[in-house]
Design a protein around this ligand. Structure first.
Ligand code: HAM
Length: 412
């Protein structure tokens, strides 16, 4: 029997796994530098957390969750996203009782039973942040800037940022009234009408061409913002301008969660085809109180690691030497000395491989080539007795004689 990975999961094996590590690290770096603290959370939670947190009207909750009963008869769901779990942990551990905002960073695997295609997987990876406890528009702008900076860190250029505001409760109530009136004129089928009842904004997300056409005349929330929401959104934009973040306003932007309020945003890469959202997020005023915590607002984002990798590969910005050894040593009856040199260089931070086994020189050379090592030395008795080796740069074929004791300098 030949086993295969389950359908639609993304997995990374060498050499591409080096790109995965690189991208995940680069995406986290700006947030780490802004004081976000890492959080490692379970990949499964009570189903009710997501039903409550993500929202009953969403595709995620109605169609895409991996839900099962565990041996104790509890309903468990593999996390489809990170925010609800972060909120659960923040409330459970009382982080919201300390210094505000609570600023956390997380990364890991997420699960959605979607139809797999390029850039859309059933197990995929995200890096995410959440800043909880303050409504200052400067935080909205910083959070967005941290995502923008993460993409720039990797060298991405061909993406755009779309933002909008879903306003406060007052704004949404005014909009809702007109939107529901508008829906009465549309003659919606039963399922769609049902979805509109749960969350009227959901229909902006409907991808069916006839619905897209119908929704063209729908009133948009941005025209209904209360004075406070308008001022908040204006400040967010002003700060983004100051931070040098380019954005476009998209009043029809609807994200796949019911928890959003106020500022919401999405990053779209132009080279990825259908699955073009590389990251997205927004503010959520009610999530924490709905999950049993204090009445605190938060804002955050999730960036898709898999899609960022595809985008970076498409733009050709991945460094070509990721994960490659700095040095490959071929010992000729000098295994112990080779190991000693490798040990010292590794302790100094270099990646060093040794040709193992009793391979002939030719075979060992092939292994060195295959390893992608940047440099090569052949270590025989003469090299040991003189303390000098010929250091070959593999890309150019250049050879330089260096002292074994100074190899670490030559590898810089
Ligand atoms: P999301 O937009 O559902 O937001 O996911 C964030 C990113 O994860 C997407 O932009 C996309 O790049 C990636 N992604 C989502 N689904 C898949 C999939 N099936 N395959 C590959 N990549 C995927 C959230 O998850 C929110 N929790 C973000 C957030 C945090 N909002 C506030 N705080």
């Amino acid at each position: 029997m030949n086993f295969q990975a389950p359908k639609g999961v993304s997995e990374y094996i060498p050499p591409r796994s080096a790109i995965f590590e690189f991208v995940r690290e680069q995406l986290s770096l700006p947030a780490k530098r802004a004081g976000y603290k890492y959080m490692e959370l379970p990949v499964f939670e009570d189903t009710a957390l997501f039903a409550r947190g993500v929202g009953e009207s969403t595709d995620i909750v109605t169609k895409e969750m991996y839900t099962f009963e565990d041996r104790g008869g509890r309903s468990i769901t593999l996390r489809p996203e990170g925010t609800a779990g972060v909120m659960r942990a923040v409330i459970e551990h009382g982080l919201d009782r300390g210094q505000l905002p609570v600023k956390v960073l997380y990364s890991g695997a997420y699960f959605r039973a979607e139809r797999p295609q390029k850039g859309r997987y059933r197990q995929f990876y995200q890096v995410g942040i959440e800043a909880i406890g303050l409504t200052d528009p400067l935080i909205d702008s910083e959070v967005i800037w941290l995502a923008d900076q993460a993409f720039k860190n990797i060298g991405l250029k061909n993406y755009r940022l779309e933002i909008t505001s879903l306003g406060d409760a007052k704004s949404r109530a005014a909009h809702r009234e007109d939107l529901l009136k508008f829906y009465e004129t549309l003659n919606l089928d039963e399922a769609t009408a049902e979805r509109a009842k749960l969350n009227p904004l959901r229909l902006f997300d409907d991808k069916r061409p006839e619905m897209i056409e119908k929704m063209e005349k729908a009133p948009v929330l941005l025209d209904y913002l209360s004075k406070e929401s308008k001022e908040h959104f204006e400040s967010v934009k002003e700060f983004l301008d100051q931070l040098g973040v380019t954005y476009a306003i998209n009043p029809r932007l609807v994200r796949g969660f019911d928890y959003y309020t106020g500022t919401t945003f999405e990053f779209i890469h132009t080279g990825l085809g259908a699955q073009s959202a590389i990251g997205g997020g927004g503010r959520y005023d009610r999530l924490m109180s709905e999950l049993g915590g204090q009445d605190l607002s938060g804002i955050g984002w999730g960036i898709g690691v898999d899609r960022t990798i595809l985008a970076a590969e498409e733009e050709g910005v991945i460094p070509s030497d990721l994960g490659l050894p700095d040095l490959f040593i071929i010992p000729l009856n000098t295994k112990h000395e080779a190991m000693k040199i490798a040990k010292e260089l590794r302790n100094a931070g270099h990646v060093v491989e040794i040709a193992f086994g009793e391979r002939a020189l030719k075979g060992a050379m092939k292994a060195a080539d295959k390893s992608g090592a940047k440099h090569l030395i052949v270590l025989g008795d003469t090299e040991i007795s003189t303390g000098l080796v010929d250091l070959k740069t593999m890309s150019t074929g250049d050879v330089k004689r260096v002292r074994i004791s100074e190899l670490h300098l030559a590898l810089q």
